[in-house]
Structure formats: structure tokens, C-alpha cells
Design a protein around this ligand. Structure first.
Ligand code: GLU
Length: 297
């Protein structure tokens, strides 16, 4: 008889403790909890606090209070990304050894000036799905001794993925396109990933070790996440996550990108927008059922 292996669904809510949670986070946490319950799975909580300057224990405490008040249940322990830098570094070191990343020295101002010079000539400089200009690719090919000299002289530099090299490696290792399985509120089904749209993404910075892309991909695998449930604002980032999974031999979860809540100005809610902060609503006497209604669940 062929054994049927049923993987237990494992979901995660992964806020960044760099501000107070708002209604958009409540929608995300509640959608995660509802889906985990419907699938008889587990919900985990991960604090995405790689930005050690902006993330604080006070914000973490306020997130935990909000989640308790919303009656969200998660399985202990909470994973804190700031406790796993060595784990992320080991993956970066592997990519360095495989020459898939390179040290990148251009400052934001230098990139801006290059882009402006090209655009002033009426030429197009490609932008990523978030609208930021792609990083210039000229440092991909610095010779090793120049690279060493620049590292020694640099105040700070980042490690960036050589997107062309990474894609060439994937193309030679797997037949067919890199895809993900999507069940969310946007396009559904098998989605073809387009990591090239992001150019040479940052995987490690000297001021905030590790990047969102690297740590989220490694943590989803380390925590055995089977279903990633998060807002549609991260839909396109999934292309980068799929590429990193393929490069590092990690499993691909199913993705569910849910609708976003918009403010009166038609823009996605932000942590600086005080009126929708969950703590403000809580102090005003709202209960979990009110929040559920407010976020349209
Ligand atoms: N930490 C991210 C945020 O707060 C979410 C990352 C994710 O769910 O992949 O927006």
C-alpha cells in the first residue's frame, strides 16, 4: 500500500514590531487564524525585527496585547528574527561561496543621480514592482582585488543577488518556469514568478543585517510553514521568495495574498496613521467582534 503523507497545515502571522498594529494587521491576523482553524492547522507568530534600530520591545509588547485582545491563539514559542542572524548569515555565506551575490557599494544618492542622468536623456530606467529604480548592475563584474580594496575602504556596503546569474542557475537546474500556487484575493492558481522584475535585490546590509527577503524565506522553511497568508502588497515579493527557495533548496509553501484595507485617502493603511491603530480602538472600548466587522470578516 502506498502511504498517504498528510502534512499538517502550519501558518504564521509575521508582524514587524516597528510601530503599532492597525486594522490591516487585524485583517491579516484574523485571516491567518480563521484559515488555520478551518484547515485544522497550527498558527505560529514571528516577530520580524531584523531592523534592530526601529523595532523595540515596547512595540512587541503592544502587538502581543493587541493579539490577545483580538483572541488570536498561536502556538509558542514566538520566533524573533533578531535571535537568528547567524542562521541567515550561513545562507548568505553559501550564496557568497557560489558567487551568486556581490558586494554593492553605491549609495542611494549615487543610484538616484545615475537614474536621473539616464532619464534626463529621455531614456527609460527600469523600476521594480514597488516603483523603485532597479540597482545598476555594473558592480557584478568588479575584479576580486578591486572588490577587496573597496570593501576595506567602504563604511558600509550591501550584498546583492546577481539576478541574471541566479536565474541562469535555476534555468539549468529545473525544467519549466518557476511558479507558485496562489489561493488569495488577487489572481489565483499557478502564478509564474518574475524575480527579474526586482533586479539585483539586497540580501544583506551592513546597517540592518539580513534583508526581509532572505530572512522571511529562511524562516518560512525553518518553521515548516505550509501556507503563507499575508497582504496583497507582498504579492510580487513572492517572486523573489520563490527564487531564493529554489536556489537554497527550500520547500515552497502555498501563498494566499489577501485584500488590503485602504484609508480615506485610498492608500494602504500605515503604522503612522493613528486612527486605525488597534490600541486606540481598544482604548475606545471596541471588542474583537467589532474589529472583525470593521475589517469585513
Ligand atoms: N513583516 C512583514 C510586515 O509586517 C510581513 C511579512 C510577511 O508576512 O511575509 O509587513
Amino acid at each position: 500500500m502506498i502511504p498517504i503523507i498528510c502534512q499538517e497545515p502550519i501558518l504564521r502571522f509575521a508582524p514587524s514590531p516597528n510601530g503599532r498594529l492597525h486594522l490591516g494587521h487585524a485583517l491579516s491576523a484574523m485571516t491567518n487564524a480563521d484559515m488555520a482553524k478551518a484547515m485544522h492547522g497550527r498558527l505560529l507568530l514571528r516577530m520580524e525585527d531584523i531592523d534592530v534600530l526601529r523595532c523595540t520591545p515596547d512595540f512587541e509588547r503592544s502587538i502581543l496585547e493587541d493579539l490577545h485582545w483580538l483572541a488570536i491563539d498561536w502556538q509558542q514559542p514566538v520566533r524573533r528574527q533578531s535571535e537568528h542572524f547567524a542562521f541567515y548569515r550561513a545562507a548568505l555565506d553559501e550564496l557568497i561561496a557560489r558567487e551568486l551575490v556581490y558586494p554593492a557599494f553605491l549609495t542611494r544618492g549615487e543610484v538616484k543621480a545615475k537614474v536621473a542622468a539616464v532619464e534626463d536623456r529621455g531614456e527609460i530606467w527600469r523600476r521594480d514592482p514597488d516603483g523603485a529604480p532597479l540597482y545598476p548592475t555594473e558592480e557584478r563584474h568588479l575584479d576580486p582585488s578591486t572588490r577587496q580594496q573597496r570593501i576595506a575602504a567602504a563604511d558600509r556596503y550591501a550584498w546583492r543577488l546577481n539576478m541574471d546569474k541566479a536565474l541562469a542557475e535555476i534555468r539549468s537546474a529545473q525544467a519549466g518556469a518557476l511558479c507558485w500556487s496562489e489561493t488569495g484575493d488577487g489572481e489565483k492558481g499557478q502564478i509564474v514568478a518574475d524575480p527579474a522584475a526586482w533586479g539585483d535585490v539586497v540580501l544583506w546590509r551592513s546597517d540592518a543585517p539580513s534583508s526581509y527577503h532572505l530572512s522571511v524565506t529562511l524562516d518560512d522553511a525553518a518553521q515548516g510553514i505550509t501556507h503563507v497568508v499575508r497582504g496583497l502588497d507582498l504579492y510580487h515579493a513572492t517572486s523573489v521568495h520563490r527564487l531564493l527557495q529554489a536556489l537554497l533548496g527550500l520547500p515552497a509553501p502555498t501563498y494566499h495574498h489577501h485584500r488590503l484595507l485602504l484609508g480615506p485617502d485610498g492608500r494602504k493603511l500605515s503604522k503612522s496613521n493613528g486612527d486605525t491603530a488597534l490600541s486606540t480602538l481598544r482604548e475606545g472600548g471596541a471588542i474583537s467582534a467589532d474589529i472583525r466587522r470593521l475589517v469585513g470578516l
